[in-house]
Design a protein. Structure first.
Length: 559
């Protein structure tokens, strides 16, 4: 019995780090899935949902911004046909699983160089990288995460020495390139590895780079040359600063020093200092140690390619400290650190200090992760309410009607046009609020829906200063307002409404439907003695509109 206990204890000590990694993977996955539960598709996700639903060559090979998106489009189409468009949970599961696998691969890569415990800390920092919340919570980022996942898998395969390892590296590189153009960074890493090992293994291994790059080059010549590009001499000249800021922001994010600001993570003053200190310490260690390990240069090549390409293609909104860049930046920083520290096996006390720093960083990083979740939830409310309004107005809305920022109250729904959206809903179901859900939604959602409805139906308003009464014979009239008060709102059915303002001062017409506390639709400065015609098309909701006329004098509403 004692021998069995000793054997079990020995096994636990040998496998403690992998077991703790498993717990961290479960905890991170549970947290991310809970944070992403109920989220609607966001921003670029709509481009794939609206424009890439058909099984056509263009759907798969047309670039998205500057990126190839063959595999993300395939994933989107598969999930659409399996689960429909009513819930984004399947996409969140795919992203979360990809993040877990990527962190596990980083653990394996680092363990080969610095041992299990430091590798565990690297993986934990990556799993809870709150400043990189866009890559952790936004399902569209499966393209970037997929490139990282298969890129790290390629680096692991390059550690091998046989033909099978090279074939695996070739396959993994092709998959990394199929997810996004971030795969180009790993192609640079593979090319550097082939060149560095040419004496021992020759250049016959060049196929593992050439094959995937030929496929990528064929895509670029056929479709990618039409991709969005912001290359400029200015961007090239300032790229070294951009790269330095990106690396500094990555160190910031790993140590929990970044703070969220809307969609981006604001720079802290510590990142550049910490980066310089880290580089100096690691350089000192290498000068006194066995030299630079060969595995360092492929990773440096990948990191440099990633950051310089980002710098060359910079526009406002693509700052080096943007949230979506911090996750790949952190991966590259960890891989570089693992190579520079190859062979280091710290004692118990340094490991305890490193573990404490890791836990503190994870705690700090919970703040931007939670704030990122809150941002996406706020956007989900606006998304689901705006889409609900489109569906309610489906009888009369123009097919080309778009959810512009002025209409939808957010700039993240510009990919949606009514015709394409309603066709997708007919085929795959709806992610919008139902009418009953919209009535219970937050006030901002209900008010936003009223604005979208008024523009989509559309509700029209026209004021005749002459005060024509031509239509009164056909309408039921009610006296409202007067004595400086507004009175209770008047319920309105679809059709034409005539509002006659008596002589006196100007008035204000306010209109709402789902909103309860506010009137999102306001027409100020209605002239005294005028008649305003309000036309409300019939739609798919029986809920009445509510009108309020504010004026010192009386008004007559006929409808």
């Amino acid at each position: 019995m004692g021998a069995d206990v000793a054997i079990a204890g020995s096994w636990l000590r040998r496998n403690a780090a992998p077991l703790l990694l498993g717990l961290a993977l479960l905890a991170s996955s549970a947290l991310l899935l809970s944070f992403s539960a109920g989220l609607a598709p966001f921003q670029d996700s709509w481009e794939l949902l609206m424009n890439r639903r058909g099984l056509t060559v263009e759907a798969f090979l047309q670039p998205h911004n500057e990126h190839i998106v063959v595999i993300p489009v395939a994933i989107t189409q598969l999930l659409l046909h399996l689960f429909g468009m009513g819930s984004a949970t399947p996409e969140s599961v795919v992203l979360t699983a990809s993040l877990a696998i990527a962190a596990a691969l980083v653990f394996v890569y680092a363990r080969r160089r610095v041992g299990s415990w430091l590798a565990l800390m690297a993986a934990v920092l990556l799993l809870f990288l709150g400043p990189g919340w866009q890559d952790l919570l936004w399902s569209f980022q499966v393209g970037l995460v997929g490139s990282l996942l298969f890129g790290v898998a390629m680096l692991l395969a390059l550690d091998g020495n046989g033909r099978r390892s090279d074939l695996a590296a070739c396959l993994f590189l092709a998959l990394a390139l199929g997810f996004s153009s971030l795969g180009v960074a790993f192609a640079a890493a593979a090319a550097v590895d082939v060149l560095l090992r040419r004496r021992e293994r020759g250049l016959r291994r060049a196929y593992l780079v050439a094959g995937p790059l030929l496929l990528y080059g064929g895509w670029y010549l056929g479709w990618g040359d039409e991709a969005e590009s912001h290359l400029s001499l200015h961007n090239v000249l300032v790229s070294p600063r951009y790269v330095f800021d990106g690396l500094a922001a990555s160190v910031d994010s790993l140590l929990g020093l970044g703070t969220i600001a809307d969609e981006a993570v604001a720079r802290s003053k510590w990142g550049p200092v910490l980066l310089l200190v880290l580089v100096a310490l690691l350089a000192y260690r290498q000068l006194r140690g066995p030299g630079v390990p060969p595995g360092l240069w492929p990773v440096v090549a990948a990191a440099a390619t990633f950051w310089f390409l980002a710098a060359f293609n910079y526009i406002p909104g693509r700052e080096p400290h943007s949230s979506r860049y911090l996750y790949p930046g952190a991966v590259f920083a960890l891989l570089i650190a693992a190579n520079l520290m190859t062979g280091v096996r710290p004692g118990r006390r340094p490991l305890l200090v490193a573990a404490a720093v890791t836990l503190v960083a994870v705690g700090f990083n919970a703040v931007p992760l939670r704030e990122g979740r809150d941002f996406l939830r706020d956007q989900t409310v606006l998304t689901r309410s705006g889409l609900a309004a489109l569906e309610i107005s489906s009888r009369t809305v123009a097919p080309g009607f778009a959810l512009t920022p002025e209409v939808a109250g957010t700039s993240f729904l510009t990919e949606i046009e009514a015709g394409e959206y309603l066709a997708a809903v007919s085929e795959f179901g709806s992610p919008a609020y139902t009418v009953a859900e919209l009535a219970r939604a937050p006030e901002a959602a209900r008010a936003g829906a009223d604005v979208v409805l008024a523009n989509a139906l559309p509700v029209t308003i026209e004021t005749d200063a002459a005060g024509s009464r031509a239509s009164r014979r056909r309408l039921r009239c009610t006296a409202v307002g007067g004595a400086g008060g507004a009175g209770a709102p008047l319920p309105l059915s679809p059709g034409m409404v005539e509002i006659e303002l008596a002589g006196g001062g100007p008035g204000t017409i306010r209109l709402r439907r789902f909103a309860r506390r506010t009137y999102p639709l306001v027409t100020d400065g209605i002239a005294a003695g005028s008649t305003t015609l309000l036309r409300i098309p019939r739609d798919r909701s029986a809920r009445p509109w509510r009108l309020r006329v504010e004026a010192a004098q009386a008004a007559t509403v006929c409808h």
